[in-house]
Design a protein around this ligand. Structure first.
Ligand SMILES: [Zn+2]
Length: 331
């Protein structure tokens, strides 16, 4: 059976989960944004208060899938509650100043049930019933003192501002787009390509947790999003990466992506900008955790991205001053 665009129920808020990454637990809670207007959010949470990066240089981030509870269907969906609204046994609240709970898109009534990390996959890749992905890319193509900026969940209202800033600093980035959003904002998709950036498939409507979907559903999510993005681009853009919502990569969906000509794109630095932790929190997390060859995860969609834009205004000149050049991820 082929999943179609499943609106309401699928847009239900799906909760993130956690996967132990070395000594820290990564709680991923990427909200879906099934509808163009939905102020969805993506959440990539790390349990360790100070470790907003999902992983060190070795990049475990974006790797092991997280387990999430399926929320009640029809629950207001898309929106992913801010971290403070999602008490998790393994995740501590962010120490960052801004109160994510004030997030306008942190749906107050959104049902959120966090399921503790599954013992299998959390610590042992390949555990449980779904094998972990083994080929998640977490490095720039060129290596050296380069950085790959990636923006997820768009295109959205902030995409233009992000593109303006990137152009100002001559930076290139990779945009992991949601198929539904690409369909409604084709001009943004076209501008991204016209300005030399690249596109990445981030599924049709950001289902979470992805690994609990049927094989057919996952195929449809990845395949149809690629087609949506290509159509929005108006040409034949080369899309060589896909990124699972919340970094929920498994051997199964990695194979699906590979069969469609795309590799799994992870990240090494996650400033959790989706949660609006405060501009300085975003900035300092990136500054403290970026290493040469790193892949930074930020968002140009999924809700109010003003903090992301403000942080980018500081980070781009900082990266340049640090001697970084902008690159694309491995492909
Ligand atoms: Zn996302």
């Amino acid at each position: 059976m082929v999943k179609s665009r499943i609106p309401a129920p699928r847009r239900s808020l799906l909760l993130g989960a956690s996967a132990l990454l070395g000594t820290s637990a990564l709680l991923v809670a990427c909200g879906a944004q099934g509808s163009p207007s939905a102020l969805g959010d993506a959440a990539h949470r790390t349990a360790s208060p100070s470790a907003s990066t999902s992983a060190g240089p070795s990049g475990a981030a974006g790797g092991d899938p997280s387990v999430a509870a399926r929320p009640t269907p029809g629950g207001d969906a898309e929106t992913t509650a801010a971290p403070t609204r999602t008490p998790s046994p393994s995740a501590s609240s962010s120490p960052t100043p801004a109160a994510p709970s004030s997030s306008p898109y942190a749906s107050p009534s959104a049902p959120r049930t966090t399921v503790p990390a599954q013992p299998g996959p959390s610590g042992t890749p390949g555990g449980a019933s779904h094998a972990s992905a083994t080929n998640v890319l977490r490095h720039t193509a060129s290596g050296g003192r380069t950085v790959a900026l990636t923006f997820d969940d768009g295109p959205g209202p902030a995409t233009g501002q992000v593109l303006d800033l990137l152009a100002q600093y001559g930076a290139k980035a990779t945009f992991c787009e949601i198929g539904d959003n690409a369909k409604t904002r084709p001009a943004a998709v076209q501008r991204i390509l016209a300005e030399g950036h690249r596109l990445c498939d981030h599924t049709v409507d950001h289902p979470q947790p992805m690994h609990t979907q049927t094989h057919e559903q996952q195929v449809a999510e990845i395949r149809d999003a690629k087609a949506d993005i290509e159509r929005a681009a108006g040409g034949s853009p080369t899309i060589t990466w896909w990124r699972a919502p919340g970094g929920d990569f498994t051997a199964e969906n990695e194979r699906i992506g590979a069969d469609l000509g795309m590799k799994s794109l992870g990240w090494t630095v996650d400033p959790r900008d989706w949660s609006r932790p405060g501009v300085q929190a975003i900035v300092s997390t990136v500054q403290q955790n970026l290493r040469p060859g790193g892949v930074v995860l930020m968002h140009d969609g999924g809700g109010d991205r003003s903090q992301t834009v403000a942080a980018l205004k500081q980070l781009l000149p900082w990266m340049v001053a640090q001697g970084y050049t902008f690159d694309f991820p491995q492909s």
